[in-house]
Design a protein. Structure first.
Length: 64
């Protein structure tokens, strides 16, 4: 599911609940920098251990 699809489904669900006069609440967490300070070598090794494969990480990434 894309980010756009997830946002569309979330908004639809919120609007449906509000139309039914239900309470609506949300908790949002920004994980955009969650893996910046992680040792990627260890992360990829652990993911492979749990049979999560096909993930690549570029060491040439730059942040602004």
């Amino acid at each position: 599911m894309s980010t756009e699809d997830a946002a569309f489904r979330l908004i639809g669900s919120v609007l449906k609940s509000l139309n039914q006069k239900l309470y609506v609440g949300g908790t949002f967490c920004d994980l955009s920098k969650a893996f910046v300070c992680v040792n990627h070598e260890v992360l990829l090794t652990n993911l492979h251990f749990y049979s999560i494969q096909g993930i690549t990480y570029s060491t040439n990434r730059k942040q602004k």
